[in-house]
Design a binder for this molecule. Structure first.
Ligand code: AGP
Length: 607
């Protein structure tokens, strides 16, 4: 996904921009570029298809006090050097995240006025448009140009006629300002500039900023000054680096002992048999009045949402539907103010989820965001927000953010069940105390990761995989298949085990490993039958089971991976760690690009 950085100050501008761009690599990109004003007042543009190291190789040593940089993830036009940002017109250079929806009509207009386009991008329209409206005030020209565009943007703009100023603006695409001592920064993401400053201003929609070496001024689109609050970011950079693991994904899988604990910290109230949810901003009465829950999310967060359905219905007795953001936003949802809409998104920036939430809000529904990123767009769009506190997740494949989302859904479902008198305090106490033990159980799974590595190696030649589960294990089966295909590029399907006989059984053969998520529970006998169905078709079975069942299941499975004993309801928290490790070690054996899988981005901020 595209990333923006900008710097103004007495530092080494080129290296600060390169270093900041490197911190955005985790978002995924296909080209990178920068524009700086050199000390002779000349704009110098460098861009390159490929990695930041390739950009670095073409940037000479230049003394400069101001510059903007960009990592591009192609949306309009191929990932070429020509299409890489910045895009320039006259003296104006622009970097842009987002999509200008009416760029075609603006482009035709600009061409008829004599502007010459050299890229296929929507962004180049912005550069020409700003140039068109420029007389002597860069901020005014940017504001006027933005008045003509439809779509989303976070932009950084500079001109060699204004070497002491950077202009930035945002609508529906994240943007922050970093405050330094005699220097200032712009960025699309906090880790980009955390090395230099932890003093941040979050920019809201339709705000325009003039950034100078010694000042930051924020305006609305009518030019009125806007007061902004400064935030201190407590993450240290160390937390966003690999800490000795070969991949961020493995580090993040291991961090789950801590992240799951963090999600629960201060929220478990075992004495009362309830959850402390002060930050939720919904009292018991309000919770009782909801007649339905609609969960909206994408990808892994959608799989978490699916488990949420089983929890809200099974524990709190409230009808729950789950939809992907991309489907929901173009459906004809039947929503009423008595529907609570829960949006789950790690990044808080997923365009489809954000659009769906706005759609839901237009029906008068309360919207509750479950997100990992403080200050993300969803946290400002939703009427209520709770944070998963999983810490920054760099690997494109979601791991610790997923288990923290699950924990959050357990806590919410227990809280709702208590408020609606669907669960007595004893049952709640028991679940909460079992939840408290989960980080310890995860530790034991991690200690035995070698067994899972062995399993991955055994089936590494497979071209297709199936993951099956029933009831609360079904979302884990979906997540197992998503994880495997995402990072190992092996085709994998997640199925409700009872559905195999309605079609996919035709694909089961000796070359297809089937991962059965089969801990003890009320559907255990059923999945045992499903395991027998596939072994009868010569498939190899990898069974994820309770440690007590090891001996019994060994008779039917080719590989057994035990998980520690916990309450049936909570087993997805443990089996999820197993499927993550299975995907990780398979991708490792296949020498795949684990942290940055092909074609994928961490934060999908376009539709
Ligand atoms: C997960 O491994 C994926 N990379 C992806 O499915 C992700 O969960 C999805 O894009 C949603 O992201 P979000 O949680 O930040 O909204």
């Amino acid at each position: 996904m595209c990333g923006i950085v900008g710097y103004i100050g007495d530092g080494d501008t080129v290296n600060i921009l390169l270093e900041s761009l490197r911190k955005l690599e985790y978002r995924g990109y296909d080209s990178a570029g920068m524009a700086i004003i050199d000390d002779k007042g000349k704009a110098r543009i460098f861009k390159n298809e490929g990695e930041i190291s390739e950009l670095e190789a073409i940037v000479p040593e230049i003394s400069s006090h101001v510059g903007i940089g960009h990592t591009r993830w192609a949306t309009h036009g191929r990932p070429t050097t020509q299409n890489a940002h910045p895009h320039c017109s006259g003296n104006i250079c622009v970097v842009h995240n987002g999509i200008i929806e009416n760029y075609q009509e603006l482009k035709s207009e600009l061409i008829s006025e004599g502007f010459v386009f050299i890229s296929d991008t929507d962004t180049e329209v912005l550069a020409h448009l700003i140039n068109k409206y420029y007389s002597d005030d860069l901020g005014l020209a940017v504001g006027t140009a933005l008045g003509h565009v439809r779509g989303s943007y976070a932009i950084g703009v500079l001109s060699n006629e204004h070497p002491d100023e950077l202009i930035a603006a945002r609508k529906d695409s994240p943007l922050i300002i970093g405050l330094g001592k005699d220097e200032n920064f712009i960025a699309s993401d906090i880790p980009a500039i955390l090395k230099y400053t932890n003093r941040i201003i979050y920019i809201d929609n339709l705000e325009l900023i003039s950034v100078k070496q010694g000042s930051v001024r924020v305006f609305d689109m009518e030019g009125n000054p806007v007061e902004k609050e400064e935030h201190i970011i407590e993450w240290d950079l160390e937390a966003a680096e690999k800490a000795g693991y070969p991949h961020f994904m493995l580090k993040e899988i291991h961090e789950q002992t801590r992240s799951i604990h963090e999600t629960m910290t201060g929220r478990l109230h075992e004495l009362e048999g309830d959850v402390n949810f002060g930050e939720l901003g919904l009292d018991r009465n309000e919770i009782r009045q909801f007649q339905r829950i609609e969960i909206i999310a994408c990808g892994t967060s959608y799989n978490a949402g699916l488990l949420g359905k089983y929890l809200f219905e099974g524990l709190a007795g409230i009808h729950t539907d789950v939809d992907t953001g991309s489907e929901f936003r173009y459906s004809s949802p039947v929503l009423a103010p008595s529907t609570l809409v829960i949006a789950i998104t790690q990044s808080g920036e997923t365009a489809d989820t954000l659009a769906a939430v706005r759609e839901a809000a237009s029906y008068g529904c309360r919207t509750l965001a479950i997100t990992n990123v403080v200050g993300s767009t969803i946290s400002r769009d939703a009427s209520h927000t709770i944070y998963t506190r999983a810490g920054p997740e760099i690997g494109v494949a979601a791991t610790k953010s997923f288990t923290s989302q699950l924990v959050m859904l357990y806590l919410l479902a227990i809280h709702f069940a208590r408020a609606r008198s669907m669960m007595d305090a004893d049952r709640a106490r028991m679940l909460l105390s079992e939840l408290r033990k989960i980080p310890g159980h995860v530790s034991r799974i991690l200690e035995d990761a070698g067994t899972i590595h062995e399993c991955a190696s055994m089936f590494v030649k497979a071209k297709d995989y199936f993951f099956i589960g029933r009831n609360i294990n079904y979302p884990v089966a979906l997540e197992g298949a998503l994880k495997l295909k995402e990072i190992s590029y092996i085709h994998a399907e997640g199925y409700a085990a009872g559905e195999l006989k309605h079609g996919p059984l035709a694909l089961i053969s000796k070359d297809v490993p089937v991962v059965a998520i089969a801990p003890q529970g009320h559907t255990y006998d059923k999945i045992l039958s499903n395991i027998k169905e596939v072994t009868a078709r010569d498939a190899s079975v990898i069974a994820i089971v309770d440690c007590d069942d090891y001996c019994e299941i060994e008779k039917f499975a080719d590989f057994v991976i035990p998980i520690p004993k916990t309450d049936e309801m909570l087993t997805p928290l443990l089996s999820s760690v197993v499927i993550q490790l299975l995907a990780y070690y398979t991708a490792l054996e296949l020498k795949c690009s684990i942290d940055k899988p092909r074609n994928l981005a961490k934060s999908v901020t376009v539709e």
